[in-house]
Ligand binder design. Structure first.
Ligand code: ATP
Ligand code: MG
Length: 361
């Protein structure tokens, strides 16, 4: 069984990362200069992939905390506990263990303790403080990169953001810190709104789509390293996906699967692959579409067809004025729309394609 050179589910293996050299160099410089950084971009744009690559660089010690769908202080504490527990082993691991022992923190068991009988249950806020203390004490003795992925979920628990800020702020010189998250507006708010604990505490760095040269190189290499020729695939995939990283890989993967070893892909290969993808994605895309409100759906249709939220299509669909402006704002905030110089576009090129196929105007 041959492995596809174009994986599209979950973050890539650090060794497979291509086309992000500038961003990686920028992030590495920021970490070296101890500038707290927040990496912002829509879903499936490759944020975790880039961070994993950074984290895998030789000589780095990393504490990686994933706050995906956190719901409470206890949950946040458990994620930090887990992150520190997996750092065990090696010089840093034994440092962490020693410091934890000094502070009477038992690593790796918090989630179990928090589920125990009420009278034995540790206080989640105190537990989180103690874990943060372990982290910053270790970092003051051993250069550490702290990655907090899916940071935007912290907005659900304002107390947790406050505690993180309090614990970390005196250690910005010692720790390299990178936050990452989707929900672009929430990420921006967390760092640019005066009422937020992390107001003004990090530089925001945007992750963009893959450029055409980057995508072309990825597709060329993926085909040739598996004894195939991509023909026009790179150009067609870029045209269809605008460099959306996950969608581009998904489409490239289909084209690749359609091309036997030793063969050259053609325009027909790309057409057939797109047909297959349209069929297999129709149901998930329909579910995504139906999760939007009425005005949002109308705006999505208008943008998919005419590229505009204010044009004749929008008028035809009856979204105008305040309702249109509000829906537009919401879709930009959630990352479902991307603002271009002149207007907005739908972030997911396959959603746009599905809408055009489903609602021809
Ligand atoms: N540098 C890259 N080169 C090629 N494909 C990439 C690259 N980065 C990401 N991708 C594609 O995008 C997919 C999603 O990547 P990743 O999980 O890192 O994104 P993310 O922004 O963290 O997504 P999420 O919002 O779901 O956390 C990968 O499976 C891969 O197909
Ligand atoms: Mg991610």
């Amino acid at each position: 069984m041959e492995l596809s050179p174009f994986p599209f589910q979950g973050p890539l293996d650090p060794r497979q990362v291509r086309g992000r050299d500038d961003l990686l160099a920028d992030l590495a410089r920021r970490i070296a200069e101890r500038r707290v950084t927040a990496l912002v971009g829509p879903r499936r744009y490759g944020k975790t992939t880039v961070l994993r690559r950074l984290a895998s660089e030789k000589g780095r010690t990393v504490v990686w905390v994933d706050l995906y769908e956190v719901t409470s202080i206890a949950d946040v504490a458990a994620r930090f506990d887990q992150a520190l527990a997996v750092s065990s082993g090696g010089v840093f691991g034994s440092l962490i263990e020693r410091i934890a022992a000094t502070l009477s923190v038992n690593l790796g068991v918090l989630r179990i303790d928090l589920r125990g009988p009420a009278r034995d249950r540790p206080d989640p806020a105190l537990s989180l403080s103690a874990l943060l203390e372990v982290l910053v004490t270790a970092a003051s003795r051993h250069q550490t990169l702290l990655v907090i992925d899916e940071f935007s979920f912290v907005s659900r628990i304002p107390e947790a953001a406050g505690m993180l800020r309090t614990a970390l702020q005196h250690h910005y010189r010692e720790l390299g810190i990178v936050f990452a998250g989707s929900q672009p507006a929430m990420m921006r708010t967390l760092f640019t709104s005066r009422s937020e604990p992390f107001y003004g505490q990090a530089d925001l760095v945007e992750i963009g789509p893959l450029t055409q040269p980057a995508l072309t190189e990825i597709i060329q290499k993926g085909f040739t390293s598996t004894k195939r020729k991509p023909g026009p695939v790179a150009r067609i995939v870029y045209q269809m996906t605008d460099g959306h990283p996950m969608r581009a890989m998904q489409y490239a993967d289909r084209c690749w699967t359609e091309t036997p070893q030793g063969a050259v892909a053609t325009a027909e290969t790309a057409v057939e692959a797109l047909d297959q993808l349209r069929r297999s994605e129709a149901e998930p895309l329909e579910r995504i579409f139906s999760s939007f409100t009425g005005s949002e759906k109308a705006l999505l249709r208008s943008v998919a067809v005419s590229g505009s939220v204010y044009g004749a299509e929008a008028a035809l669909l009856g979204v105008l004025g305040g309702a249109a402006a509000r829906a537009r704002r919401k879709l930009v905030d959630s990352g479902d729309f991307i603002e271009t110089g002149t207007g907005v576009k739908i972030t997911d090129p396959f959603l746009a394609d599905w809408i055009r196929g489903r609602f021809p105007l």
